[in-house]
Ligand binder design. Sequence first.
Ligand SMILES: CC(C)(COP(=O)(O)OP(=O)(O)OC[C@H]1O[C@@H](n2cnc3c(N)ncnc32)[C@H](O)[C@@H]1OP(=O)(O)O)[C@@H](O)C(=O)NCCC(=O)NCCS
Length: 178
Amino acid sequence: MTLAGFDASQAAEIEALFVTTFSHSEGPAEGEVVGRLVRHLMVDTDPRDVLGFVAMEKGRVVAGIFFSRLTFDAPVEAFLLSPVGVRPDHQGRGIGQRLIRFGLERLKERGVTRVFTYGDPAFYSRVGFTPVAESRVSAPFRLSQPEGWLGQGLNGHEMTVLAGVPCCVTAFGDPAYW
Ligand SMILES: CC(C)(COP(=O)(O)OP(=O)(O)OC[C@H]1O[C@@H](n2cnc3c(N)ncnc32)[C@H](O)[C@@H]1OP(=O)(O)O)[C@@H](O)C(=O)NCCC(=O)NCCS
């Protein structure tokens, strides 16, 4: 398997991967929502504000992950991990965790110091995330499940208090995602 930054020529295949993966886990409506989100990240987002990576096997994309910028009042390099998906027939083989770690390494190389995500603490704790109280670091929108707000410091940084409400990229601008 090879892990690499995504290429624009793979956009349709990556979108289809996310539609398939989330339709399988959460139903077709969610599959379409996440497919649209990923297309928005790949096509309509400033490339300086988004990083995407894929896992390839036999010339096929079997997993994908995106990180997009979170802008705080303070001059801090922060990104949001979302979404990540592994083809249903490839899940449970360590690919998801490997791809997340690969992405975090690439973020570190770019000087990113904080990464956040919104998901299941039981899974993301395996790759270094811990719960973040919203009183310490707010999410861009009101969270329906505050216990899912997670983060980690990179490059030796601690998860310190960050004031204000961060801005996310417009792809995540729908409160329904949160
Ligand atoms: C979540 C996902 C990315 C994990 O990728 P993966 O390659 O299947 O995971 P790995 O093989 O690296 O790790 C598997 C372990 O994580 C656990 N795990 C997987 N999804 C989990 C979840 N949502 N909550 C808690 N644990 C989870 C598995 O039970 C397994 O545990 P085990 O090692 O004790 O058996 C993948 O299952 C997926 O695409 N799921 C559907 C989409 C999704 O929910 N994405 C995440 C939200 S954006």
